[in-house]
Design a protein around this ligand. Structure first.
Ligand code: MTE
Length: 306
């Protein structure tokens, strides 16, 4: 396991305690009980689907191998160009079927919402994967704050459009803005988070600062970055990759080793950091989160609703 050397926990957590996450959890709990470091004490450590194959990727891997087409299509482009993005001030428009629509300043919107750490597997539709220690909060916290109306069935998200700072938007690689969406029950699921940081540091721009969605049981392209609009709708919203190529990318995009992409197998994945010649790892149904989300799709044909 590779940890970023200047991680804050390492200052207060004995090294042996962060050799695996179970020990980390008990370590954090012990610190909480001892009242050491309020920040640590406040953190809930919930790591669903803990187990084999959850060695963290390094901060360097996570922030240098990216997909963020607003900054170019190469894996290194976001790290190279996303520094140009101004993330403060940041406004998020929340509209549609909500009781309190508005243009919310991000700091106001998130005031009083504590962040916590979530270590999640991350599986890109391109068949590579990572394990990422996000900091964030459940999306349902924000939705509850603005009051979802009973008629709402879906949540739509949009990324910023600012070609002056997002050089990839000067080309029509996608039909900007980048759009994504979830069914309301998926959005309310406790696994669905808004990430504002990783490795306990503010989210790097290339990872979607200042706020991005993380839906760990779905392919990575559902995890929309640099969100400026959240809309509650009655109808299934259009989503960028589905608009671009509906035969290859569906609305649901649940990680599923049994439903191949038309151009490659989804049965296995290459873990970034494993080295070029390492054995590929088996991909898990719902990326290993079936216990938490399988019920959402009871009775659905997942080959038809891919
Ligand atoms: N969000 C926006 N706005 N633009 C993008 O191009 N790429 C998606 C997703 N969110 C993308 C996006 C894809 S394909 C993936 S795999 C993940 O972001 C990559 O997230 P990461 O770079 O933080 O690993």
């Amino acid at each position: 396991m590779r940890f970023k050397p200047d991680m804050k926990w390492s200052d207060v957590t004995p090294k042996a305690d962060f050799l695996n996450r179970r020990q980390l959890i008990s370590g954090a709990a012990a610190l909480a009980a001892g009242g050491v470091a309020g920040q640590i004490a406040a953190r809930e450590a919930w790591h669903p689907a803990d187990g084999e194959g959850l060695e963290l990727n390094s901060f360097e891997d996570i922030s240098n191998y990216n997909n963020f087409y607003e900054f170019g299509t190469g894996k290194g482009d976001p790290a190279q160009y996303a520094g140009a993005l101004t993330t403060k001030p940041w406004t998020v428009k929340i509209d549609g079927m909500v009781d309190r629509p508005g243009d919310y300043d991000l700091d106001d919107l998130l005031s009083g919402i504590a962040t916590e750490e979530r270590i999640y597997r991350f599986r890109c539709v391109e068949a590579w994967s990572m394990v990422i220690p996000w900091t964030g909060f459940e999306l349902n916290r924000v939705l509850d704050r603005v009051g979802v109306q009973p008629s709402a069935r879906y949540v739509a998200f949009e990324t910023l459009v600012r070609p002056e700072e997002m050089i990839g938007q000067r080309r029509n690689t996608l039909d900007w803005p980048y759009r994504e969406g979830l069914r309301l029950d998926e959005a309310m699921n406790p696994l669905t988070i808004i990430a504002t940081g990783l490795y306990d540091e503010p989210l790097p721009n290339q990872n979607g600062a200042p706020l991005r969605l993380v839906v760990p049981w779905k392919y990575g392209f559902k995890s929309i970055k640099s969100i400026v609009r959240i809309t509650l709708t009655e109808d299934e919203p259009p989503t960028s990759w589905n608009m671009q190529n509906p035969g290859e990318y569906g609305f649901y995009s649940n990680v599923n080793p049994e439903v191949d992409h038309p151009r490659w197998s989804q049965a296995t994945e290459r873990r970034i950091g494993d080295g070029l010649f390492a054995r590929r790892r088996p991909t898990l149904m719902f990326n290993g989160y079936g216990d938490y989300v399988g019920d959402l799709y009871a009775g659905m044909d997942l080959a038809e609703f891919y």
